[in-house]
Design a binder for this molecule. Structure first.
Ligand code: GDP
Ligand code: MN
Length: 381
């Protein structure tokens, strides 16, 4: 789960990170009123779950409350990476002397949180990593001990030569680490971490990604979810208890089990196609899950073919077949469907499908090839 910049800033501010004052507005009127309360130059910032808002025109300076209103009017309703801006953060503007980067990610290889800091902060840390990797310090943390003071100072000195600034930064690193651990993050980053004209080290942006598996034991973090800011199909799928992630391709995939779903996506790619989604209907698939899955897949206009790949263990393939029949009666399909199923009650499933005009096979390779060919407009292989 992603949370907004203003929510991540609230968490960090409570832990003592220096962050300029700010409030949320959903209308230009509110933005103007907040700017008046702040009483200085402000920045109006789109609150969407996407990076690169600055480049996309979603971060604007405003010198007067009137200007804050105009900037808010321009940003509210704007599309950034396919997401509509519903809220803006109006926050006191800082004068920037330098921009650095500080982040923590969970590294699956070492199974540790890893700090990444760079004095070359600002917009594009991926670019820095690709072109000048020596400007990034990576420091894995042993969670038994946490971030040790000497490590925090090392991070601080990698960013600043000046002792006072390095100390200020090392304190922020401790606070960032605490936020990361307390909130169940898979990512927490401050970019940019700035030094202002007065020499203060300040967090101007904040981003946190929360591991979904941490939400059950952190209701206060789970409550930060903003469904209006999420991909509608993902919200729909979550409410239907399906594991779904929207992707960029055109082969809609409906699979049981996360492992088989991954293998299916690999095979789609192997045969030259691009999956439109990851969708796991789970172990026990009652027909209703299949109905929901098909509704969600077919609501994506980029889907040109649908691939069902079901390995029946606990999942009964006849349940899935009934789901397909019910769903397509309710909403006749506008795109071709390729069905592969094998395992529990396979004979019954095949019979149900053929009686209702569907063909199905038990060969995964063949089914994937066919779906890719149909999606790309070619002939089935
Ligand atoms: P992002 O593009 O989504 O990462 O949004 P950021 O909050 O990081 O803002 C992008 C850029 O806008 C920053 O790197 C700064 O250069 C600039 N910016 C943001 N806040 C301020 C501010 O208070 N003052 C000034 N002068 N520039 C700012
Ligand atoms: Mn940023």
């Amino acid at each position: 789960m992603n949370i907004h910049e203003y929510q991540a800033k609230d968490i960090l501010r409570k832990l003592g990170v220096p962050i300029p004052a700010g409030e949320i507005a959903t209308t230009p009127d509110e933005a103007e009123a907040i700017a008046r309360r702040i009483g200085s130059e402000v920045v109006v910032k789109a609150q969407v779950h996407a990076g690169g808002r600055g480049k996309a025109g979603g971060v604007k300076l405003a010198k007067t409350p009137q200007e804050a209103r105009e900037k808010a009017a321009a940003i509210l309703g704007m599309q950034i990476k396919g997401l509509t801006v519903m809220k803006v953060l109006v926050t006191a503007a800082s004068e920037i002397a330098s921009e650095a980067y500080a982040g923590i990610i969970l590294d699956r290889a070492t199974k540790k949180p890893v700090f990444m800091v760079s004095p070359a902060g600002g917009i594009d840390i991926e670019e820095v990593a690709a072109t000048t990797p020596e400007k990034i310090l990576k420091l894995p943390i042993d969670t038994r001990f946490g971030l040790m003071p000497f490590q925090a100072m090392r991070l601080g000195f990698f960013l600043y030569d000046d002792l006072a600034k390095a100390r200020a930064a090392s304190k922020i690193m401790q606070q960032l680490y605490t936020a990361f651990m307390q909130s169940g993050c898979s990512l927490a980053e401050i970019n940019p971490l700035i030094v202002d004209k007065a020499g203060q080290v300040i967090a101007l942006d904040a981003k946190m990604g929360i591991d979904d598996n941490e939400l059950d034991r952190r209701p206060e973090i789970a409550a930060l979810r903003d469904e209006t800011a999420e991909e509608p199909s993902e919200v729909d799928a979550r409410n239907a208890n399906l594991t779904f992630i929207k992707l960029e391709g055109n082969v809609g995939c409906c699979v049981n089990g996360a492992g088989l779903a991954m293998a299916t996506m690999d095979l789609v790619k192997y045969y030259g196609g691009e999956p439109a989604n990851f969708l796991d209907i789970g172990g026990s698939s009652n027909p209703e899950k299949v109905v929901n899955a098909l509704r969600i897949i077919t609501s994506d206009p980029s889907v040109k073919a649908i691939l069902f790949n079901i390995f029946g263990g606990i999942t009964r393939t006849d349940d899935v077949a009934n789901g397909i029949v019910t769903a397509t009666k309710m909403n006749p399909l506008k795109v071709p469907i390729v069905i592969r199923l094998t395992g529990t009650n396979e004979e019954i499933a095949m019979k149900i499908l053929s009686e209702n005009g569907f063909s199905a096979s038990s060969d995964m390779d063949e089914a994937v090839k066919k779906a890719v060919a149909l999606a790309t407009g070619g002939q089935a292989a």
